[in-house]
Design a binder for this molecule. Sequence first.
Ligand SMILES: C=C(OP(=O)(O)O)C(=O)O
Ligand SMILES: [Mg+2]
Length: 436
Amino acid sequence: MTDARIAKLYGRRVWDSRGRPTVEVEVHLADGAVGRAIAPAGASTGQGEALDLRDGGSRFGGLDVRRAVGSVNEEIAPALLGLDAIDQESVDRLLVNLDGTPDRSRLGGNAIVATSMAVLHAAAASAGVPLWRHLSGGRPVRIPLPEIQIFGGGAHADRRVDVQDFMVVCPAARSFCEALDWTAEIYRAAGSLMRKAGKAQGVADEGGFWPAFDSNEEALETLTLAIETAGFTPATQVGISLDIAASQFGTGGRYTLALDDRTLDTAGLIDMLGGWIEQYPILSVEDPVGEDDHEGMVEFTRRFGHRCQVIGDDYLVTNAKRVEAAATNGAANAVLVKPNQAGTVTEAHQALRAGKDAGFATIVSARSGESEDITISHLSVGWDAGQLKVGSFTRSERMAKWNEVLRIEEALGDSAEFSGWSAFTFPDSAPSVTKP
Ligand SMILES: C=C(OP(=O)(O)O)C(=O)O
Ligand SMILES: [Mg+2]
């Protein structure tokens, strides 16, 4: 007999992949099932995100989380005892009401999201099924298309290049396993091209190479060459996905690309990105303009949304209402879904559902500060997101998530359907147009 009432819940302080303390929550149910989850942390955060509670002061740059762990043990645990873990919506509603602030700053977004995800894990354990299956509720799912970083920049690499993520996607691969194989070859090719040119300087926060390029465009040239050197056909087999993260280098419609020594207005930035889309095999662009630049998002989507995925991350902050507004205004055609940006599992799911209802593509995403936590691998499959963005190879907090998807694909066996081209919703991504 399962009894999924919460019997014990507590927080502990653990460490993330940037050497910063973070919050882990462990939930024990009456039937003995256990769930555990760790809060991630962003560096290029959007303005409307749930806020982490950090201690301030001099210890670890003010980033310690003893107060957030205290929130879990002193306020959240007593409030949640006895609740049914299967009823995720009620648990999350209680967490939101208990906090009482719009940005989760009282108890801490880190305390709340770790609790919400730990309860989810406990519910799946109680049901005796893998988390992705618990989430899917028997509905058909696809294995996501991975977006994998090859070069890191922006806030993840001391602004060595202005653009934050240079990633590859392999929509023509036949399986997730094959997509990882292809990307590994491209990663290796990029590394050897960079070493030969004296341009590799280690790895950035998400495991992509920390580049010593002389311009942002040199990254695009090198990445395209790496795709070809690894033996793949750009655009029809393998595409480039960019996270411009433009809020990091501009607000109010003025953007300064420090590496290129250029300052552009919104129209200039859109023209420059349009030039890149013409010249390189770019299939996806995230946050092309600043999060405050609504007209810029609308204009970029109007000009390129038929041939390119346009993702709102900082712009949409995993918020269902913002997704609905963006759909009405034509201000994106895809939404990035980060559970800690929304605050709880339920709110993240609502944003993803809003995206699907609007015909947007949906991408579950990690943060730049991560851990061995693999919750998002399961969310991406169980919610049938179509895409998963996690960073790169070479860092185990990323590989933990990619490897978990490999296990899920293996468990599904012959019934595993890889999303491939179906991950995209922009009109020109129809396989007849883009496949060889
Ligand atoms: C993952 C990202 O970075 P961060 O976690 O730093 O917001 C992103 O911007 O998509
Ligand atoms: Mg982003």
